[in-house]
Design a protein around this ligand. Structure first.
Ligand SMILES: Cc1cc2nc3c(=O)[nH]c(=O)nc-3n(C[C@H](O)[C@H](O)[C@H](O)COP(=O)(O)O)c2cc1C
Length: 188
């Protein structure tokens, strides 16, 4: 079974990223096509990029980089659960991307984005420019959540509408297809 790594890209106290991430993890497990793992960037707690060598060389000097490298390397596909901050994606996400190089290559990424009226779409457009440099293939199918606060219930859980549920399934279906096709380029 291909492995899906869900990256939760916000780290602030009270973040919506955690309930949205938990919901998407549930959707991905229920979908059934992937073995699912979650990388919560708050828990991962990477420092600002502190490796002396270019990541392309994979000569990592810190255990936190080796652990992150193993996690990303093991994945066949990614989903970034990400808010929009100042019309862009979060600094922790950029930092986590920059730490590695080969581990990302020839794998697809889907986006679960949220925010105000934009539903995080400006952040997604910006992160696409970064990930394609690393040969990560972004999917057009996406889960876009405008005015995310309206979907947080009294327990603090994410309770989406049917359209959002359907978009998650459509994105996961496409992620399976593209991850299978790209496996050829990864020698898999
Ligand atoms: C620093 C910061 C900048 C933000 N900038 C935007 C923005 O540009 N567009 C938007 O739609 N929402 C913006 N928001 C609102 C966030 O989408 C909203 O607070 C969301 O819950 C943030 O995700 P998080 O709770 O996972 O941190 C911003 C929030 C923060 C904290």
């Amino acid at each position: 079974m291909p492995k899906l790594l869900i990256v939760i890209a916000s780290t602030r106290p009270g973040r919506v990223g955690l309930p949205v991430g938990r919901w998407f993890e549930f959707q991905a497990r229920a979908h059934g096509a992937f073995e699912v793992q979650v990388a919560d960037l708050l828990e991962l707690d990477l420092p600002f990029m502190d490796e002396p060598n270019h990541p392309r060389l994979a000569q990592y000097s810190h255990q936190h980089t080796k652990d992150w490298s193993a996690m990303v390397n093991a994945a066949d596909a990614f989903v970034f659960v990400m808010p929009e901050y100042n019309y862009s994606f979060t600094a922790p996400l950029k930092n986590a991307i920059d730490f590695l190089h080969n581990e990302w290559q020839y794998k697809p990424v889907g986006f679960v984005s949220y925010g105000g009226v934009s539903g995080g779409t400006r952040a997604v457009q910006m992160v696409k420019q970064v990930v394609t440099t690393l040969k990560v293939m972004p999917l057009p199918e996406a889960v876009t959540i405008p005015f995310v606060a309206q979907f947080i219930d009294d327990e603090g859980d994410f309770a989406p509408n049917e359209m959002i549920e359907q978009s998650a399934k459509a994105m996961l279906d496409e992620l399976v297809r593209v991850s299978g096709a790209l496996a050829v380029l990864r020698g898999g």
